[in-house]
Design a protein around this ligand. Structure first.
Ligand SMILES: [Zn+2]
Length: 403
């Protein structure tokens, strides 16, 4: 007992000395490092916004006083950001990843997503949370760490989802948002068919365009289906120019089957205006691993990737997109699987499909429908409206957010 007390007293005096020394040192150096605030100007606006978002949720932060360091670094293993639990909290942002976002659509949202995740760790003391909502969206922007079924960390951090994700960040028990249910909240039986390709014969009216066999690809009719065989090392985006504007309400579907070198090769639907550039093209793709993803070509990567058991690997799958106002509803084999806002702001009457590199894609029953209430004359509902173009696309530059 005596020994213990003695030891305790010794320890106390030891700490006391340390405290005195450090107090002396910090007075001598004229600063208190524990409250250092050093945030690179690139990140300043996101930190300020974070404080404002906190305040809206009755959480008062004053990081300029309490301290924070956010700086550029070169991170390993494709990490985009890293939080060090030091005093003050120190966050590193990968320089290369930050630079890659520059000029992309949604640049500010993607940067905010990264900063908020790291601030979630450091300031809100949140840990990784890798559960999902009913529709497959990540439950939280705090997803990260050890991969779950190899799923990328991409979060559809836009529009109505952003509001939910910020609420959830500050309050983990935020109730599931309405967009996350798999109950279809819209009437999608409001369309009438305007354009139809049966692909039954080589006749232009059935096949949509001419049969060909060139260095890049071969188009033929195979057992009443269109067969597109790619010989290229990049994906092809094949567009048909129609009289349907993808900015208005529409329904667009194709029955597809794909044989590709890798099960993860994506095939699917595209629409928009290819003449304006990537930001005017949206896509919906699936693969033989039963995954789907969706996005806008102007963005750095797809919004999110979902596991959809409805997708038949190597089988025939009916992909359908319905647009109502600014919401896109995605269906696979007649089952509603996801919805999200469209990013299209320009008119565009191109509709088409994606063929992965060195793959065979069979198409059947391609149809585009417009609202029953719209005024279309039967004479116009024919294939002559189709003008097909083929573009070889660069390989998807999908980043896999790792933080
Ligand atoms: Zn993290």
């Amino acid at each position: 007992m005596f020994i213990f007390v003695q030891k305790f007293l010794l320890m106390r005096s030891f700490f006391f000395k340390i405290i005195i020394v450090s107090f002396f040192l910090s007075s001598f150096l004229g600063c208190d490092d524990n409250n250092e605030y050093r945030v690179d100007t690139e990140f300043e606006s996101y930190v300020v916004l974070f404080e404002q978002d906190a305040l809206k949720r009755n959480k008062i932060l004053n990081l300029k006083t309490s301290g924070l360091i956010v700086e550029f670094a070169t991170l390993k293993d494709n990490q985009a950001g890293l939080c060090h639990y030091e005093t003050p909290i120190r966050i590193e942002i990968d320089k290369e990843y930050w630079a890659k976002l520059k000029g992309k659509s949604g640049e500010a949202l993607m940067k905010e997503n990264l900063l908020y995740h790291e601030l979630g760790h450091g300031i809100l003391n949140r840990r990784h949370l890798n559960t999902t909502l009913e529709n497959g969206d990540w439950k939280s922007i705090m997803c990260g760490g050890d991969k779950v079924n190899e799923r990328p960390w991409n979060i559809n951090y836009r529009g109505m989802r952003r509001a939910y994700y910020v609420d959830e960040l500050f309050n983990e028990s935020t109730t599931a948002p309405s967009f996350s249910t798999l109950t279809l909240a819209a009437d999608t039986n409001v369309f009438k068919r305007k354009i139809y390709l049966s692909f039954d014969t080589e006749n232009k009216a059935d096949a949509g365009w001419d049969m060909t066999d060139n260095v890049g690809y071969k188009i033929s009719i195979d057992k009443k289906r269109l067969l597109f065989e790619s010989k290229a090392t990049n994906s092809y985006f094949i567009f048909g120019q129609t009289t349907v504007d993808s900015k208005n309400d529409f329904s667009f579907e194709i029955k597809m089957q794909c044989e590709s070198p890798n099960k993860s090769d994506n095939y699917g639907l595209v629409f928009g205006n290819k003449d304006i550039g990537d930001k005017a093209i949206e896509y919906f793709s699936v693969n033989n691993n039963s995954k789907m993803n969706m996005g806008n070509r102007g963005w750095y990567s797809f919004y999110t990737e979902l596991s959809v058991p409805t997708i038949l690997p190597m089988g025939i799958n009916i992909l359908k997109i319905v647009r109502l106002s600014n919401i896109l509803y995605y269906f696979i084999n007649d089952k509603y699987v996801y919805s999200t806002e469209s990013e299209l702001i320009d008119s565009g009457n191109y509709f088409g499909f994606i063929v992965p590199s060195k793959s065979k894609l069979w198409l059947d029953d391609m149809q585009i429908s417009v609202l029953k209430t719209s005024n279309i004359s039967p004479q116009k509902s024919n294939i002559a409206e189709f003008e097909f173009t083929i573009q070889e696309q660069r390989n998807e530059s999908n980043y896999y957010l790792n933080y």
